[in-house]
Design a protein. Structure first.
Length: 326
């Protein structure tokens, strides 16, 4: 369900940004306003990013192989990280460069001034774009509300294991703010005749995109490194194991997301000291079944039986060997 909702939000954003990019390019060619070019490139980057998210979702569904025994679920994280790079370079850095370039054109007196009806075209384009982008953001919010529970939007973005919805939320919010910056820059330029307002709007768009790209990169990097299950999921697993006949307790447990909906569970469980091999095997099988029923995302489960001892201290990890001396 989370995947379907994420794809729905991605497709809505892709359609909106494709249409918006075309109209922004037309407005730029008619007026030469730098904020319109920055916004057009921003929309192209966003549309490309949504295509990358859809591609990542498709690739993540490939069957596991001998070389990749845990499957390809992390493809979605990889493509989300690429999205952050594209947004930073193609969107943010280009907008900052365009602001710098336009500033020097104005300063040297080479900037073209549009005095006819065409100069009002960007205002109409930006207003239409704000409406379309608002609809895209509305879809992303609706789909997010279905899965975020009681968490705030900021908490959801930080803790979500499905990367598509957080990416689309941040991109849509950045797109709306960018449109507002562009509208302010163009509007103030038309009112005052001062082209530096257009430069300021372009620079603000660039700074905004760089900030959003950095946030996305930090969040997706954490997912790529490997995050554990949520607190709720871990509690479901503990409760399921504790209720299993033949299992006294979980001695310790580690979890790892192999993908947004695939969880690796590795645990050492305490069994009765006098249990036979058959009883231990039956307890492990029952515990695995209970875990999968309690937490359907548990795709790979490895349970090690042991005798629980309250005074047991696990051995320390051996220190790494010193580097060779030269």
């Amino acid at each position: 369900m989370a995947t379907d909702g994420g794809n729905k939000a991605v497709i809505a954003a892709l359609l909106a940004n494709t249409g918006i990019a075309i109209t922004k390019f037309l407005a730029f060619f008619l007026t030469g306003f730098s904020s319109m070019l920055a916004e057009a490139i921003h929309s192209v980057a966003d549309a490309g990013n949504q295509g990358l998210l859809l591609l990542g979702a498709k690739k993540s569904k490939k069957e596991a192989t001998e070389e990749h025994p845990f499957g390809y679920g992390r493809e979605r994280y990889i493509y989300s990280f690429i999205v952050a790079i594209v947004l930073f370079s193609v969107g943010g850095l280009f907008a900052l460069y365009e602001a710098y370039h336009k500033f020097h054109e104005i300063h040297s007196g080479h900037a073209e001034i549009v005095d006819n009806w065409k100069r009002f075209v960007p205002v109409g384009v930006l207003l239409v774009a704000i409406v379309l982008e608002s609809l895209s953001l509305r879809t992303a919010i609706i789909e997010t509300n279905k899965v975020r529970g009681k968490a705030s939007f900021a908490t959801f973005i930080r803790r979500a294991k499905q990367p598509e919805l957080p990416v689309i939320l941040l991109e849509d919010i950045a797109a709306l703010l960018g449109l507002v910056f562009a509208l302010l820059g163009v509007g103030l330029m038309l009112i005052t005749g001062n082209q530096y307002f257009d430069v300021a709007g372009t620079a603000l768009i660039g700074i905004l995109l760089v900030i959003v790209a950095v946030i996305l990169a930090i969040e997706t990097k954490s997912l790529l490194l490997g995050e554990s299950a949520s607190d709720d999921a871990k509690q479901h697993i503990r409760d399921a194991v504790a209720a299993t006949a033949g299992v006294e307790r979980i001695i310790h447990m580690k979890t790892l997301h192999l993908g947004p909906e695939e969880l690796l569970v590795a645990a050492k469980i305490g069994v009765s000291q006098g249990a036979s091999a058959e009883e231990v095997a039956a307890a492990i099988d029952a515990a695995e079944k209970a875990i999968r029923e309690a937490e359907p995302t548990a795709a790979a489960i490895y349970l090690e039986p042991d005798i629980y001892r309250a005074d047991y201290v696990p051995p320390e990890r051996p220190a790494p060997p010193p580097p060779p001396s030269h």
